[in-house]
Design a protein around this ligand. Structure first.
Ligand code: SF4
Length: 305
């Protein structure tokens, strides 16, 4: 069990069971709030062997070093971070992916999670990762030919990836919601239930260099679908694109960099993977970059007011 303090109380988290307990009767002074964001995502590499049109990952080649990553995560762990999500690019293409997960799991109290397209999850990799990953996410952007058109890979290969991930750890299914996938949300959520997923994460498509954001019509269809959803798998939605959807936020005052930050494959700390503003993580470490990024945002806020 690990705890962090913030504006909504003391938040206790168990990475093995996923249990979260918020002691909201306790309201620590601001000076005692945890410095680290609650969750941090890290793009271990920009490299990917797929070419999805809506991909937001930068296309220049960049990857992080295992030692760098471990050092940053130890800093964040000591300052109250609860979990880390590895992504990319495709994180399983990082040459030290397995070693990084093992070390973070052994040497920190962080929950280790990652998001994958699922096509490289061999039984050997699953065996190596077992016990070092607390939750995994796999992208399922459509069923059958829809998936194949969007991801350029065979759907039956994805189903094999789903079999592998279900052996590895508790897992969730992600879907980029756009004009093609919105009509298949029922089918994808049924698949999620059938394969034993514990979360169905909706990712309303964001604008990228290669594609447009989810349009209004799709947004309305998504709102209807969520309102009528009666499935058993827990629904979640990314913060970007959640507007208009009925969401529940147990930590409403823990905002921005208190709640979340992203580290890209070039070692820049950002508020999200889509943010233009960032702070380079240098020799002084990730907490120093966090301080710098916070002051950049404060200066911008002051200029606006
Ligand atoms: S699998 Fe993910 S990282 Fe790779 S191209 Fe598709 S969206 Fe981008």
């Amino acid at each position: 069990m690990k705890s962090r303090s913030g504006p909504n109380g003391v938040h206790i988290f168990d990475r093995l069971t996923g249990l979260n307990v918020l002691l909201d009767e306790l309201r620590p002074e601001e000076a005692a709030w945890s410095v680290s964001p609650r969750q941090v995502s890290i793009a271990l590499t920009n490299v990917c062997d797929l070419q999805c049109a809506y991909c937001y990952a930068p296309k220049h080649k960049a990857s992080l070093q295992a030692d760098q990553v471990l050092g940053w995560l130890k800093e964040l762990d000591a300052e109250g971070c609860h979990g880390i999500g590895f992504g990319g690019g495709e994180p399983t293409l990082h040459p030290d992916f397995v070693g990084i997960c093992k070390k973070v799991s052994e040497e920190t109290q962080l929950a280790v999670t990652f998001t994958t397209h699922g096509h490289r999850l061999t039984s050997k990799m699953v065996e190596q990762l077992k016990g070092s990953v607390h939750f995994a996410r796999i992208s399922v952007d459509g069923i059958g030919s829809t998936y194949e058109a969007q991801r350029g890979r065979r759907f039956d290969e994805l189903l094999r990836g789903l079999d592998s991930i279900s052996i590895l750890s508790p897992f969730g299914i992600n879907v980029v919601v756009n004009e093609r996938t919105v009509a298949e949300l029922d089918a994808i959520s049924e698949l999620a239930q059938r394969v034993g997923a514990s979360e169905f994460l909706l990712l309303p498509q964001q604008a990228t260099k290669g594609g447009e954001a989810m349009n209004e019509m799709v947004g309305r269809a998504l709102q209807d679908w969520v309102s009528n959803y009666r499935g058993k798998v827990r629904l979640a939605v990314s913060e970007a694109g959640a507007s208009g959807l009925p969401t529940c936020d147990p930590l409403p005052d823990e905002r921005g960099l208190q709640a979340y930050a992203h580290i890209d494959a070039s070692g820049m700390l950002r508020a999200t993977s889509y943010s233009a503003a960032g702070a380079k993580i240098g020799g002084a470490g990730v907490l120093s970059a966090l301080k710098q990024l916070r002051s950049t945002f404060e200066i911008k806020r002051e200029k606006r007011s």
